[in-house]
Structure formats: structure tokens, C-alpha cells
Write a protein that binds this ligand. Structure first.
Ligand code: SF4
Ligand code: SF4
Length: 435
């Protein structure tokens, strides 16, 4: 495999159309031909629901991919093109749709859940981004994040030296060593740069928790970043390269398991997309930190003492819960450390997205639309009357904090792993009971 050291993809209209063409398989053809134009996907999308703008109807966002499918793979489409009635996709189409493809979609998966004929609209939107990135029509913020991830190792340009400084700080604070490059450890823990920069308490929390539970783990100085900008921008080559870096580090350390951090799309990338992207089986058990903590708790290895009395709800990260099926684990953990947990009708797999997933948070241009969509979350929290929101994705957490501040709400945002660490029992105390 040719390893990338720089990110400067050749882009052109032809490359974009070619890449779109390559995305169309039997499933995509079936999905497009099955659409009954019911409009249900519109009501499921927070961008449409909060703006009422019909351009934000999920299936409408797929018009460029649909045009290529129709013109090249259907009889009447081919005929129309031959007769000159239908023009091929052009630069203007890409320019017109770029906002719909990147700013107005978080790849949250909610539209897919409601489609009565089973169209995986989200999968098609993800495929469509491959064509847009190849044509050069992607937001500057995402291009920059992708370039920094390939060239420096993280979307925020964070280096191992910067992480080392955080590690020293955690070690002083916890009195515990943070294992680095420990060969033969059971678990390789990944981090997201947003956690390292914005929520370094997470590193302290996993250090304390994994020490308490007696888990053999390590960080890798070769591959610490879990964020996969290739998935977000729609560049499968970059996505593969970033995944390979992690698996190379795992192999050199001889670990058996890889822990995805509190980052939703990083979990989707490594847990659900790596085998397909790399075209081979991945010989590691890949687990989200919340799944591991739930396992440890249920095995009686994470006794906790006391619970917060603050009225809280869990914000379900789309990638973890809706797309990843990790629904009960965070709830069991939260119940263990919070006495007043409330759920709403849209909790769980039908939860509303924070509005910043799928690379939207890295796209400054999308800020106004993202904050408009956040009114969904605002209404949800107000209805539930919560004082705090707990989540398990650093990106969601950041977006929730921004939205809450923008709308001047009095709601605290917490990370689940840190909350659990706060209530970790000292040796010889707590409920060492499974469950
Ligand atoms: S994946 Fe989510 S944000 Fe994107 S169109 Fe569907 S519902 Fe809207
Ligand atoms: S919900 Fe499904 S069938 Fe209905 S308009 Fe959307 S894609 Fe078409």
C-alpha cells in the first residue's frame, strides 16, 4: 500500500462524476427506484424540521447522485441524454449542492430509520460525498482538517508532544502512570484530539478507571488519534490510510483489543467500516469505551459509591446509539451514578442529532444552520426539565455546550466516562455488585 504523507488530491469535474458513478451499485439503484416520494424522511431530519426548507429534504440532497444513476443506468435516462433533453452533471450542480451535502447533513441516520421502503438514505449521502470531494467541492474547514490529519496526525494539528504534556499533567493529578507503547498490553486506547484539547479530564478518567478495574492497557505514540476525517469528507483512500495507521500500531504492540474513545464517528469508522474499507478481516476486538465500562461494571470490577441527584438525561450520539446499537450500555452506567435520569419520546435510537456530526462541526460556514437545527435539542431538554445532559461523544459534547450557551440555557453538559470516574469507589468501598 502506498502510504500518504501529504494531502493534495487531484480534483476535477470528471473525477467527481467518475467517483459518483463508481458509488452506484445494485443497492443504490434499488433505493432510488423504490422511493415513493412520501416525504417522511424530511420530517425526520433536524435541518428540515427546524427550518421548513424543502431543500433540506434528505432524498432531495441526493439529486446529483440520482442524476448520474438515471442518466447512465436507466433506459429513459440514457434516451433523454441521447436526445439532448437532459444535461450531464456540471460544475454548477456541484456548486449548488455542496451546502446540502456537507452543511445540511450530519450523516446522523435518522432519515434512514423512517423510510417506509427501507432506503438507506444516509449511506447514499455518505457515498455522494466521495464524488463531491473528488470534484473539489468540499468545505474548506473539512479540507483543512483532512490535510492536518494526514500530514500531522490529527485534525486539529495536535502532535504527540502536545499529548505528552497532557499525560504528564494527568499523572501528576492522579498519581498514576499512563502507560505508553507498552508491548503486550490487552487494550490499545485511542483518543480524539477534541478530547485531548477540550476535555483532557477524559484521559484522567480512563486512567483511574482502568487502573481500578485492573485492565492492562496502553496508548501508542505512533497512533493516538481516532478521528477519521476521510470518512467525514468522503475520501475512502484517506479513511483507509488512517485506519491502517491504528492497526499498524496495534500489531507492533501486540494488543488484542482496541478501545474507541468518546467519539461517535470514530467508533463507526473503526468498528463498522474498517473491514469493508480495508477489504479484509480485522483481527482485533474493537469496542467503544462505554461498552468496555459497562462490561467491567457488570463484572463487578468497577464499584461506584453514591449518585448525583441532578436531573439528567442521556444525549444519544447518533453513531454510537442509532448506527452502532449501543443503547443500553450507557443507560446502565448512567443509572449507576445518577439518581434522577429522565428519558423522552425521542430518546434512544430515534434521538435527535446534536447537529454537529458528519464533519459539520469542522465547517465554520455551517454554524448558523447548525444553531438553527439545535432548537430541536433545546426543546427536548426544556420538555424534560433537565439540569444536566450526559453524553459519550466529545463532538456532541462540544456542540451541546455551544448550543446551550448560544440559547442561554441553564444546562450542564457532562461526559459519561468522567461522571463514572467521579463516583468510582475507593478500594474496599462501593457496590461491587454486578449490574
Ligand atoms: S442523515 Fe440526518 S442530517 Fe443527513 S439528511 Fe438524514 S436525517 Fe438529515
Ligand atoms: S422516506 Fe424514503 S420513500 Fe419517502 S421520500 Fe424519503 S427516500 Fe423516498
Amino acid at each position: 500500500m502506498n502510504r500518504m504523507s501529504t494531502y493534495a488530491p487531484e480534483t476535477s469535474l470528471e473525477r467527481g462524476i467518475e467517483r459518483l458513478r463508481a458509488q452506484i451499485d445494485a443497492r443504490v439503484a434499488t433505493w432510488f427506484s423504490s422511493c415513493v416520494h412520501c416525504g417522511l424522511c424530511a420530517e425526520a431530519c433536524h435541518f428540515y424540521a427546524e427550518t421548513g426548507d424543502p431543500r433540506y429534504t434528505p432524498i432531495h440532497k441526493l439529486a446529483p447522485l440520482k442524476k448520474v444513476w438515471r442518466q447512465e443506468y436507466t433506459f429513459f435516462g440514457r434516451l433523454a441524454r441521447k436526445l439532448g433533453i437532459s444535461e450531464p452533471l456540471d460544475e454548477q450542480d456541484f456548486a449548488d449542492w455542496e451546502e446540502l451535502v456537507y452543511d445540511a447533513c450530519t450523516l446522523c441516520g435518522r432519515c434512514t430509520m423512517v423510510c417506509p421502503v427501507g432506503n438507506d438514505i444516509t449511506a447514499m449521502l455518505r457515498k455522494q460525498r466521495e464524488g463531491f470531494a473528488a470534484a473539489g467541492y468540499a468545505p474548506e474547514g473539512l479540507k483543512g482538517a483532512t490535510r492536518r490529519t494526514v500530514e500531522v496526525g490529527s485534525p486539529m494539528g495536535l502532535t504527540w508532544k502536545a499529548l505528552e504534556a497532557q499525560i504528564r499533567h494527568v499523572e501528576r493529578e492522579t498519581g498514576l502512570g499512563v502507560p505508553v507503547d507498552r508491548e503486550g498490553a490487552d487494550y490499545l486506547a485511542l483518543l480524539s484530539s477534541l478530547e485531548i484539547m477540550g476535555y483532557p479530564e477524559y484521559i484522567g478518567a480512563i486512567t483511574r478507571i482502568l487502573h481500578r478495574a485492573g485492565v492492562s492497557w496502553t496508548l501508542s505514540s505512533r497512533a493516538f488519534e481516532a478521528t477519521n476525517s476521510g470518512i467525514q469528507i468522503g475520501d475512502a483512500d484517506v479513511a483507509r490510510e488512517l485506519l491502517q495507521r491504528v492497526f499498524d500500531a496495534a500489531e507492533s504492540l501486540g494488543v488484542k483489543n482496541i478501545i474507541s474513545p468518546e467519539c461517535g464517528h470514530a467508533y463507526t469508522a473503526i468498528r463498522w467500516e474498517s473491514a469493508g474499507l480495508l477489504g479484509r478481516e480485522v483481527p482485533y476486538r474493537i469496542i467503544h469505551i462505554v461498552e468496555l465500562l459497562d462490561e467491567l461494571k457488570r463484572a463487578g470490577r468497577l464499584p461506584t459509591a453514591g449518585r448525583t441527584g441532578v436531573r439528567v438525561t442521556f444525549h444519544d450520539p447518533c453513531n454510537l446509539v442509532r448506527k452502532g446499537g449501543v443503547v443500553d450500555e450507557p443507560r446502565r452506567l448512567l443509572e449507576a451514578v445518577a439518581a434522577d435520569v429522565v428519558e423522552g419520546p425521542d430518546s434512544g435510537v430515534m434521538n435527535w442529532c446534536c447537529g454537529g456530526g458528519g464533519g459539520v462541526s469542522a465547517n465554520e460556514r455551517a454554524e448558523g444552520l447548525r444553531l438553527a437545527a439545535f432548537r430541536r435539542k433545546k426543546a427536548q431538554f426544556e420538555t424534560l426539565g433537565v439540569e444536566a445532559v450526559v453524553t459519550a461523544c466529545a463532538n456532541c459534547r462540544n456542540i451541546l455546550e455551544e448550543g446551550i450557551e448560544h440559547y442561554a440555557m441553564d444546562v450542564e453538559v457532562m461526559g459519561l466516562t468522567e461522571l463514572l470516574a467521579e463516583y468510582l469507589a475507593e478500594d474496599g468501598q462501593g457496590d461491587a455488585v454486578a449490574g
